[in-house]
Design a protein around this ligand. Structure first.
Ligand SMILES: NC(=O)c1ccc[n+]([C@@H]2O[C@H](COP(=O)([O-])OP(=O)(O)OC[C@H]3O[C@@H](n4cnc5c(N)ncnc54)[C@H](OP(=O)(O)O)[C@@H]3O)[C@@H](O)[C@H]2O)c1
Length: 277
């Protein structure tokens, strides 16, 4: 393996949409595809199945996206083994069911940690090693549209093109504090009990910021960071009543991971088309 070999990294890929993205990228991408998962046994099993089907370029690497030491090990591995990163798909995510008995503050803290903070930390850790022409894809949701916010003040803050990363982090921390204080509904956060909506709104806003950071990297060109909704997909998260298969859910993320030069960045996609945030 030379340090010039290309590599694609997919998070939360032991099952669901992440697994389907790995499978599809193995054909669409010229290089190794790192199937990452927090649970080594589940990740090795998933990669083993795909290897057995002939997709030998799929490799397993352990990654808990919420663990900074785990991110650091991955970063060191890809830098020493591949010399850079060509594709990163931030797919790992959590959604507490409405029937969950986990207290709302704990749901809010954990959901922000996985769906928002982990994407920020992992992408920033890998940002200096993104090669020219690399692609970063955030797997978000249409539940993360600005219209889900009831407060016009919050809406304006999340929508602002001048929103800074530190201000966005403050907004996500404020959300957690408001849930802890039991005032998140009156403060205009999405009325639904799940923190999922807010974290995906945060992820969509983060995508715009990271896309600008990538465009400003000196000596690099054509790095495109976008966000997308995969649709309503039959996985453990959405259950058997959803409309798309995992392979169909993987289509837009894989499309964004293989966008040709000159394509848009910092945009929100659904069914391979740009939609409003
Ligand atoms: N399914 C849908 O209808 C739908 C719709 C819109 C958006 N999405 C988004 O699509 C993405 C994939 O969802 P899915 O439907 O495939 O869900 P899923 O079947 O529940 O899979 C979620 C994946 O994320 C992993 N994960 C969770 N926390 C992690 C952590 N700390 N570190 C590493 N991996 C972690 C899980 O690992 P474990 O197996 O170890 O738990 C699992 O592999 C999510 O971001 C979700 O929000 C899904």
């Amino acid at each position: 393996m030379s340090s010039q070999s290309r590599v694609a990294i997919i998070t939360g890929a032991n099952r669901g949409i992440g697994y389907a993205i790995v499978k599809a990228l193995a054909s669409a991408f010229d290089g190794d595809v790192l199937l990452t998962a927090r649970n080594s046994k589940l990740g090795e099993k998933a990669a083993g199945e795909l290897n057995a089907s002939g997709l030998k370029q799929i490799k397993f690497y352990q990654l808990d996206v919420t663990d900074e030491s785990s991110i650091e090990l991955l970063r060191k591995h890809v830098v020493s083994y591949y010399g850079g990163v060509d594709v990163l798909v931030n797919n790992a995510g959590v959604l507490y069911k409405t029937a969950s008995t986990v207290p709302l503050p704990e749901q809010a803290r954990e959901t922000v940690k996985v769906n928002f903070t982990a994407v920020l930390n992992l992408t920033k850790a890998l940002m200096p090693f993104l090669r020219s022409h690399s692609r970063v894809v955030n797997v978000s949701s249409q539940l993360g549209k600005l219209g889900k916010l009831k407060s016009t003040v919050l809406k304006a803050k999340f929508a602002s093109d001048s929103l800074q990363e530190s201000e966005l982090v403050d907004l996500m921390n404020q959300f957690v504090k408001d849930v802890e204080a039991g005032v998140h509904i009156e403060r205009g956060w999405p009325p639904e009990s799940s923190a999922y909506y807010t974290t995906k709104i945060g992820l969509n806003a983060l995508t715009k910021i990271l896309a600008k950071d990538a465009a400003a990297l000196s000596g690099k060109e054509d790095i495109l960071i976008n966000t997308c909704c995969p649709g309503w997909v039959k996985t453990e998260m959405s259950g058997p009543g959803a409309t798309k298969s995992p392979d169909e859910g993987a289509e837009t993320p894989v499309y964004l991971a293989t966008l040709p030069q000159g394509s848009p960045a910092g945009k929100f996609f659904y069914n391979k088309s740009i939609i409003d945030f």
